[in-house]
Write a protein that binds this ligand. Structure first.
Ligand code: NAP
Length: 350
């Protein structure tokens, strides 16, 4: 299996370490000889069709980034997989290029999956026509299996009637810290240092990152929705986010922190906990809703700790029970582990 890794920061870096460490074990267990033939960041590309030396490739000269050209070179190798661990907004065009060239795609990047509906359908058509794999499990729950169980149920003729989740490990981490008396700025600095936040943490605080995950889930269960259809209430007040747009995020964190402190204190006094929830209800007037919620302390989301995320799926067959999936919802290493699983899936699907 030949991989082109596009984006080699936190998630991509952990992925390379895992491939180095686990190469022999994966070959033995899954029969997959995994070679990283190309790696790009914004500054350059390293390419070696025989497989890059993952410990030393940075010591060798990089060539200019030409992602379509590198995908074409990858397509000439056995079992090619394009792996997107960037936050590039325009990567969907690369996926289409990859599918047309006969290359499977694995991605942790949500942005190419939340394009307007017409473009999204075009991407899925390109994938179907190519008969190549397209795996993006980590875009919703990092290492949590969420999309595969949904696909399994739909395949069997079941219908998803509701999805409720605390989808952001980052906002969960921040809520947990704030509830323990840490101010927002310190909690956010800590989350950034641990690699939990989006490359731009404004994407977390605005709720846009969760809105994208909710949109991916909604499309996965067959709803024809776009970003504008998501009813979104941000994690911090909308007027502060607007100010942050012109003055920078750091300038509003103290005021946002005061507001959140008050919310958490009031919630605590009434036996409730602040959580940032996504609800997908196909029968509702606004089927996709995302926003802060004060949940009773006995609610499953109230018991989450640190970066834990939770997704509860209710289906026609499961009702009145829900299938509950819970675990770490952010972090470079856990996300890389999900990406690696998707690469092996893509290789096995051929
Ligand atoms: N961290 C998590 O917990 C988590 C969980 C689930 C999903 N994700 C997703 O995983 C992706 C990567 O996250 P991360 O935390 O690893 O971010 P990161 O540390 O900022 O790394 C991003 C990498 O992508 C490269 N990159 C960005 N734009 C590019 C472009 N246009 N062309 C080529 N390379 C480009 C960057 O290059 P430079 O180094 O040159 O800047 C960097 O190597 C994001 O889409 C994120 O939403 C992250």
């Amino acid at each position: 299996v030949h991989v082109y890794l596009y984006g080699c920061g936190n998630v991509g870096g952990h992925l390379l370490s895992m491939v180095s460490e686990r190469h022999a074990a994966i070959a033995e267990r899954d029969g997959v000889d995994l070679r990283v033939a190309a790696i790009s960041n914004r500054r350059g590309t390293w390419l070696d069709p025989a497989g890059l030396d993952l410990a030393r490739f940075r010591e060798t000269p990089a060539r200019p980034v030409d992602a379509p050209g590198t995908i074409d070179a990858l397509a000439r190798l056995p079992v090619p997989v394009f792996v997107d661990c960037s936050a590039a907004p325009d990567a969907a065009a690369l996926y289409e290029h990859a599918f047309r060239a006969g290359v499977s795609v694995v991605t942790a990047n949500k942005l190419p999956l939340v394009q307007p509906l017409a473009e999204h359908r075009q991407l899925l058509c390109a994938q179907r026509a190519s008969a190549r794999g397209f795996f993006y499990e980590t875009t919703v729950g990092a290492d949590l299996p969420v999309l595969a169980p949904i696909a399994d149920r739909i395949r069997s003729g079941d219908r998803i009637t509701r999805i409720e989740g605390s989808l952001s490990g980052t906002l969960g981490f921040l809520s947990d810290k704030i509830a323990r008396g840490v101010d927002l700025e310190a909690a956010l600095t800590d989350a950034q240092a641990r690699g939990y936040t989006e490359p731009d943490p404004g994407e977390d605080l605005s709720g846009r990152d969760v809105a994208r995950k909710a949109l991916i889930l909604a499309r996965e269960i067959g709803l024809a929705v776009s970003a504008d259809d998501v009813a979104l209430e941000p994690f911090i007040a909308a007027e502060l986010l607007e100010l942050a747009g012109s003055r920078g995020l750091a300038s509003v964190l103290a005021r946002a922190s005061d507001g959140l402190d008050a919310t958490v204190r009031d919630a605590h006094a009434s036996g409730r906990t602040l959580r940032y929830l996504a609800v997908i209800d196909p029968a509702a007037a606004r089927p996709v809703r995302v926003g802060p919620s004060l949940v009773p302390n006995e609610h499953p989301a109230a018991t989450l700790r640190g970066t834990e995320a939770l997704v509860a799926l209710t289906t026609e067959r499961s009702a009145p029970y829900a299938v509950v999936i819970r675990g770490p919802g952010a972090g470079g290493a856990v996300t890389a582990s999900g990406v690696l699983a998707d690469i092996v899936r893509a290789a096995s699907a051929r």
